[in-house]
Design a protein around this ligand. Structure first.
Ligand code: ADP
Ligand code: MG
Length: 662
């Protein structure tokens, strides 16, 4: 080799080495960028116990606000009219229809009359054909009714015809419904991918019953409930210490037993049996304390329901995979560690929760499952073990945040009902007895029952937040099929021919129609003059923009004594001169005030003070029998008491004879 040739060879070798080094530097830089994306995600998703406690408090406060007035909170806190749960004495055969997710289920349950003695149950599960989820209500219900009819015919084939009484159905419909009675309600909005426009604002049971008639099936809808209420019913049937139910599946929601007198927005208008299940619709919960990432913001913006269901979008099975997909897409765009950007990564919801779980829980040393899912679902192949580990880490961060937030939500409920060991919140006042009672929360939904890591993170957070002493009294009980069986149990408990009616109303026995009659004005303006409805007609925020905090710090209780209506408001830090009590035209009592000084009530155990100054305004429609010229108001130790004496009213008609105790 000549001199020149040797020089060329040396140069070439240098160039190759340079390329290799350059590639290494570039790839290290790219890896660093990816790690940067991961760190950013980890930080944004952090849920230290302090933050979780803030979420707990926010949940309890929002629950309070949602119970205080219609629209008072993003938590709808819907009445269910379920004021007694199955006791175990129910006998007979009942049907249930569970509609509210990917599948709908039909059940036939035979009850034997002793607690936990479900003699037999038959179930049929069918997917909802995709096109029916966005079609018309008639198409959807005709399909359901004909499936139901086939099921009934199959099940009853050979058995005695049920000529003695009509078949009764519990209809579990797991979308936000404004309940009108225990067996009727109006669809507020769709969630979970359903979008049948003509049904929004319509009464749901009427639509189903019309389809049942069209199909020629003799069946009566005894109850309309939500899946959480069904789960609560089955939970309570099995274990009387059950106080709440939580669903974490495709979507997420919770319900719990609330004291009737704490449901301030319809206080005095409900029967006085003590408790009612409240459907929180907690998927829509929101708080500034929730750890939100840019991926959550994008997911929300691109969803069919932006600004809605914020809690659900961080927690439930429908969304978790999509958050992970978004993170992988971003990493893929920032570097080539996943190879060329796969077009699959731009398909929303392509990565479903079961796949996310399978990757997260892949315990093979080579992470074979991760490799397979990346290949088959996302068309990403040949990634190194290091990159597969990165994917597992993303799954971990997203799932851990979801599970911990769900745990905080559960403790929020416990706090609201005084079962978190802190003395709790009971109708806005703290309790002195903080002795912890055994507390069971029924829980259902595929994300919780089938995703072990999710479940473990949830339990871990629950223990962290509550502390071991308290946590040992709180039991999360999987209540499989609660939404379906619970619907049938509630149909039985509310059946026209229920065997043991004596335990149904804990005191007062009233027919369903009477129960409805007690609260007509809450939903129906026409009969408003029959009923004293102080909380119906006015939204305290409507004319007075202010934060929830300012409103919540104005707790107003109302009670009725034989002689008077008495309003009590806690107004800590307010002077007499800063409060105004007025009677306006049309028998409206108005209480307002303005707190201008910075002051915090440190003794307030349930309310996190975020703003200590502000205005409040509450207005109440006074009843016909109020002596508005004799209203008295007094202020003592920060408590305002307004007394509105009553006139003796002659009781003339059935609706007026209902006594409201307080
Ligand atoms: P739904 O919520 O639709 O009524 P389920 O309670 O059965 O039905 O929950 C189904 C949801 O649970 C799925 O949409 C999915 O998000 C989640 N899921 C189901 N199986 C798994 C699994 N193996 N791992 C993780 N999530 C799962
Ligand atoms: Mg379900």
């Amino acid at each position: 080799m000549g001199k020149v040739a040797a020089g060329v060879a040396a140069l070439a070798a240098c160039a190759v080495a340079g390329v290799v080094v350059g590639r290494r530097v570039r790839s290290r830089r790219k890896w660093k960028r990816v790690v940067g994306v991961l760190r950013e995600l980890e930080e944004a998703c952090e849920t230290p116990v302090g933050r979780l406690r803030q979420v707990v408090d926010a949940m309890a406060v929002e629950m309070h606000a949602g119970l205080a007035s219609e629209g008072g909170s993003k938590l709808k806190m819907l009445l269910t009219f379920v004021d007694h749960l199955p006791t175990g004495s129910e006998i007979g055969t009942y049907y249930a229809l569970d509609l509210g997710g990917t599948n709908f289920r039909i059940l036939r349950v035979q009850l034997g009359g002793r607690r936990s003695s479900i003699l037999s149950q038959d179930v049929e599960q069918r997917p909802i054909p995709q096109h029916l989820m966005t079609s018309t209500s008639e198409d959807l219900f005709d399909f359901i009714a004909s499936t139901l009819k086939q099921f009934v015919e199959k099940e009853e084939n050979g058995s005695e015809p049920s000529s003695v009484r009509a078949r009764e159905l519990g209809f579990t419909f797991s979308f936000p419904v404004k309940q009108l009675s225990i067996h009727s309600g109006i669809l507020i909005k769709w969630t979970k991918g359903f979008a049948i426009e003509d049904m929004v604002g319509k009464e749901v049971v009427g639509l189903l019953e019309a389809a049942l008639v069209r199909s020629g099936l003799d069946m009566r809808v005894a109850v309309l409930v939500n899946d959480t209420v069904g789960t609560l019913a089955l939970g309570h049937y099995d274990d009387a210490d059950t106080v709440a139910a939580v669903i974490i599946g495709t979507g997420t929601n919770a319900c719990y037993l609330e004291r009737a007198d704490a449901i301030i927005k319809c206080q005095g208008l409900l029967i006085t049996s003590g408790c009612m299940a409240v459907n929180m619709e907690w998927g829509n919960f929101w708080s500034s304390h929730l750890p939100r990432t840019s991926y959550d913001i994008d997911l929300d913006l691109e969803s069919p329901n932006p600004n809605d269901q914020g809690f659900e979008k961080m927690i439930s099975g429908m969304y978790l995979g999509d958050i992970v997909r978004r993170v992988i897409l971003r990493m893929s765009q920032e570097s080539d560690i996943f190879g060329p950007v796969s077009s699959r990564l731009s398909i929303p919801f392509i990565l479903q929760a079961p796949l996310l779980a399978a990757m997260h829980e892949d315990d093979s040393p080579e992470l074979k499952e991760v490799d397979k899912i990346l290949k088959e679902t996302l068309e990403i192949s040949e990634v190194s073990l290091k990159v597969r580990k990165l994917v597992v880490r993303i799954c971990d961060v997203v799932t851990r945040r979801a599970a911990r937030l769900a745990a905080a939500g559960i403790v929020g409920i416990l706090k609201k009902i005084g079962r978190d060991g802190s003395g709790g919140v009971a109708g806005g006042r703290s309790r002195s007895d903080s002795k912890m009672r055994r507390t069971v929360v029924a829980i259902e939904g595929g994300l919780y029952t089938r995703y072990m890591m999710f479940r473990e993170y949830l339990h871990e957070a629950l223990h962290e937040i509550l502390g071991e002493d308290v946590a040992q009294h709180v039991i999360l009980k999987v209540t499989e099929d609660g939404s379906g069986i619970g619907g049938a149990l509630l149909a039985a408990a509310n059946s026209s021919s229920s065997v043991d009616n004596s335990s149904r109303y804990e005191g007062i026995k009233k027919s369903k129609d009477e129960k409805m009659a007690m609260i007509p004005s809450f939903f129906n303006n026409r009969s408003r003059d029959l009923i004293f409805d102080p909380f119906f007609s006015f939204d305290p925020f409507r004319d007075f923009p202010m934060s929830n905090t300012a409103f919540i710090s104005t707790r107003i209780d109302w009670k009725e004594t034989p002689e008077a209506h008495v309003f009590k408001a806690d107004l800590p830090g307010l002077k007499k001169e800063e409060v105004k009590v007025e009677i306006e035209d049309d028998r409206v009592l108005q209480i307002r005030g303005e707190r201008s000084v910075e002051k915090e009530d440190k003794n307030d155990t349930w309310h996190r003070v975020e703003r200590s100054s502000g205005k409040f305004l509450r207005r109440f429609k006074l009843p016909e029998n109020a002596k508005i010229d004799q209203v008295k108001a007094g202020m003592e130790n920060g408590v305002l008491t307004v007394t509105v004496p009553k006139e003796e009213v002659k009781k003339t008609d059935a609706k007026k004879t209902i006594e409201i105790s307080g």
